[in-house]
Design a protein around this ligand. Sequence first.
Ligand code: TYC
Length: 116
Amino acid sequence: MIKPKNIVLSNQDANKDQTPEQGVTTKLRPKTKKPSMFRVLILNDDYTPMEFVVSVLVGIFFKTQEEATQIMLNVHQNGIGTCGVYTYEIAETKVAQVMDAAKRDQHPLQCRLEKA
Ligand code: TYC
């Protein structure tokens, strides 16, 4: 393994009488980044039963029966709609769960992930 140049050490060597912290960046705040968020979208089709879409929204996205019915009807009318917004791993897992359930019940329901 190649050792990178140690800038801090050479600084200390040149300033032996100074504190060892010389040349070290002091973190004032911890560096934290907000995770990117992803929308899970469902698409309309002519064959998937409305009840199945509602059951997916309740069972996988934890919507109430009323919320789920609203989202489903909105997708039925507009062609596409948002099930929820999540971090990547959660969004990806939910897409897979929807696709698995649709495949199992032989419905053509499509579900996608999109950067929010
Ligand atoms: N259009 C479907 C029907 O009339 C219902 C449906 C709604 C299907 C939303 C998919 O994402 C969907 N049975």
